[in-house]
Each structure stands twice: as C-alpha cells, then as structure tokens.
Design a protein around this ligand. Structure first.
Ligand code: ADP
Length: 395
C-alpha cells in the first residue's frame, strides 16, 4: 500500500485538508469542515472531482478530524489509518523560534502553547488540531509549518515598532507577518510562470476572510501588513486592521469594556462587517452596493483604499514594482475589487485588461502595462505537504 500524507490547515471554526499520495504528491482527496463548534457544522470533501457534503454537529477539532479520517475510510481513499504516515499542520505563530518547518515533539508543542500569548485566537486551535491527530493517528509523524516563517527575512527597520526597546528585547513585541504559506505558494508559482526578472519586485495580496499584503524582493519577504498578530494591517472580513492605538483605551473607558471585550470587537465585530452592518463577505457587499446600499459601498471603498495605500507604501520598500499578485477568496474571484484597486495604480504603470480581469485569467494586465498583474489561486496545503516531505526526508 502506498504511503500517504495529510496536510491540515485549521482555523478557529474551520479546517481544510488535503491527502497526498507519495512519491508523486498526487492529491487523493481534499475538503473542509466549516462551523466547528456549532450545531450546523458541515464536512465537504472531494474525491476524484466528486463532491460530497455531510452535515453533522462537530463540537471541536477532535470531532472534525475524526470526521475527516472516517470520510477517507468510508470512501475507500484509504483502507487503513496506518496508510497515513505523516501529517503536517499549519501553525499561526512561530515567534522568533521557528524560521523553518519542524518535526513536532513535546518541546515544539510546549513552544506552540507558550506562543499562544502572542496568538490567542489561533495557536490554541492549531494545538488542538495536533492533539486531535495524535489521538486519531497515533502512529503518524507530525510536522509544523509556521505562518510566520516566510517573513523571517523582513529587516529590523520594518519589523520594529516605535515602542520601548525592552518590549522587543524582553517580550518579543515586533512585527512577524502571517499567511506565510499562501504568500510563499503564490510567490513560487509567479516566479515559475513569469521568471526571476519579472518577479524581482513583487507584491502579493492575500485577500480572504483574513487579508495581508506582502512585499518581496527576489521572492523573499521584506514587509508584511500583518504585525505582532494577524489583527494588524488591512481591514478584513471582521477584523479592524490598523487603527489609532488610542481608540483602545478610549472604548474601554467609554463602554466599560474588558480587554477580552475589546479583543472581540476588534476581531469579530469590525472590518467589512462592522462598517457595512451587513456582511463580512465581499460577494454580499458588492451586491448590496450595486443595489445602492451606501454603507456596503463605504465598506468596499475603505477596503480598496487600504489595499492601495499598502501597495503605495510597499513600492517604496521595493523601489518600484514588477509584479502584483492577487490571491485567496476575494483576490481570486472579485473582478470588482481588483479593478477598483488597480484603478488608482496608473502612476506605477499598472493597466488592466478588463476582459481578462472579468474572466479571472491568470494574467490580467493590458499588453502595454508596465507591471504584470496576476491572479493565482493559493494552495497553502501544498506548502504544508512540501514541508512534511522535506522535514521527514520522505522522498
Ligand atoms: P479564508 O481566509 O477563510 O481562507 P477565503 O480565502 O476562502 O477565506 O476567502 C473567503 C472570502 O472570499 C469570502 O468571505 C468572500 O468575501 C470572498 N469571496 C469568495 N468568492 C468570491 C466571489 N466570487 N466574489 C467575491 N468575493 C468572493
């Protein structure tokens, strides 16, 4: 029986997975579990292009991973659990400790737990995924791919905050950057497709529920809009992104909020949802704006403006721009957002081909554009799979 590896990408209430067969890394199955912890959880998986959706309550990540493994067994993608020899997990925060993927052992788990202080919404969930896997597949080896690792090349001038130096020295308060596997995947893909010269100065825009921009020189991250945590930078689906820090004590005092309350406001009640009062989903907002809803239009305007501002700032880091990449849910599918962002980038020589943009084509710039504009579907799981193979020497 051939060896298989499983890439797990767990978020706070969702989990994506892909099962690969070695040595060719053929994708045997992929899918996602949504609304973990709620009564209406769904488990969607695709095998040989055939989609299967099951609805059942999954109270935690253990139940979700159990559903994934059961699904693989009952659909005969695997006949026995022992065929899965290794599992890779995407871990949010690696702090200053992990600039590369590592094999997971007790010490690594302890560090991930310790780093939960820096990523309270994500690291505990990631750890829950690891522990669930250990219960369900006790024989499988495990590897951690950190969201922060790709950004280990950001220089000090871009990762330091203007705070007392001891906060950095003694408490590791600095910019880290996130969405590493996604930025890395589209970077590798763009460099493969367009060559090194055309991708010398590149900005990758990961626009999903969470969103971040990354500035890259020769494929190496030199800046990220996310910071100490994934709350920083752009306004996102429900996250505020950057705000004047003085707003925090102000709302704490004005509304008698605890720091936990403020964290909820900034992470769950803000962003596109907070501004529009309608939805965190760009599809809903585009539709509502089209029907004349001014709050939906405002939310989209602010979102687009912030992306433009970061692109402007990053062209200074890069001293120009050769390629702009859009990825993740919004980046891959919203021609409206891409068009609106690029409409203000004429000064960089960015010019779109509107028909190609509407078609979500791989390359959407006009022939006379000075900058390549690409739409590259992300594949974080393939980076996790690559890391499993490299760290464990499985090839
Ligand atoms: P996550 O960050 O949870 O992985 P995704 O990358 O899947 O999220 O992005 C989810 C977001 O993508 C949705 O909230 C929605 O705003 C957006 N999206 C998905 N499809 C479309 C579409 N066809 N048009 C516009 N936006 C879309």
């Amino acid at each position: 029986m051939s060896q298989k590896i499983l890439a797990i990408n767990s978020g706070s209430s969702s989990l994506k997975f892909k099962l690969y067969e070695l040595p060719d890394q053929t994708v045997l199955a992929n899918g996602h579990v949504d609304r973990i912890g709620q009564r209406n959880s769904t488990f969607t998986f695709e095998i040989h292009g055939k989609q299967n959706v099951q609805a059942e309550a999954m109270k935690d990540h253990l139940a979700a991973i159990q559903a994934v493994v059961n699904g693989l067994l009952t659909s005969h993608v695997i006949e026995h659990k022992s065929e899965i020899v290794a599992v890779g997990h995407r871990i949010s925060h690696g702090g200053r400790f992990y600039t590369h993927p590592v094999r997971i052992d007790a010490a690594v788990k302890a560090k991930i737990k310790e780093l939960s202080v820096l990523s309270p919404l994500h690291n505990p969930v990631n750890l829950a995924g690891i522990e669930a896997l250990e219960k369900i597949l006790p024989e499988a080896q495990e590897v951690a791919t950190f969201d922060t690792s790709f950004h280990a090349t950001i220089p000090a001038k871009a990762y330091m905050y203007g705070l007392p130096y001891s906060y950095f020295e003694d408490h590791d308060i600095r910019r880290y950057g996130f969405h590493g596997p996604s930025h890395e995947y589209v970077t590798l893909k763009a460099r493969e497709l367009f060559g090194e010269q055309q991708t010398h100065r590149m900005i990758t825009c990961h626009l999903g529920n969470g969103a971040s921009l990354c500035a890259e020189l020769d494929g190496k991250s030199v800046n990220s809009s996310m910071g100490f945590t994934p709350l920083a930078g752009l306004l996102m689906g429900t996250r505020s992104g950057d705000i004047d820090p003085e707003i925090i004590p102000f709302i704490e005092e004005r509304f008698h909020l605890s720091s936990e309350d403020v964290r909820k406001v900034l992470n769950q009640d803000s962003g596109l949802l907070g501004l529009s009062g309608i939805s965190n989903d760009v599809r809903d907002l585009s539709e509502a704006a089209h029907e004349g809803n001014s709050r939906a239009q405002l939310a989209l305007d602010v979102y687009v403006h912030q992306i433009q501002q970061y692109i402007g700032a990053y062209t200074t880091d890069l001293d120009g721009l050769d390629t702009l990449v859009f990825t993740a849910g919004v980046g891959e599918h919203s021609a409206i957002v891409r068009q609106a962002v690029c409409a203000q980038l004429g000064y960089l020589g960015v010019k779109l081909d509107e028909a190609k943009n509407q078609a979500n084509a791989l390359s959407i710039e006009a022939p006379d554009s000075q900058v390549k504009v690409a739409v590259i579907p992300t594949d974080e799981e393939s980076i996790i799979a690559r890391d499993i193979i490299q760290v464990l020497g499985l090839n």
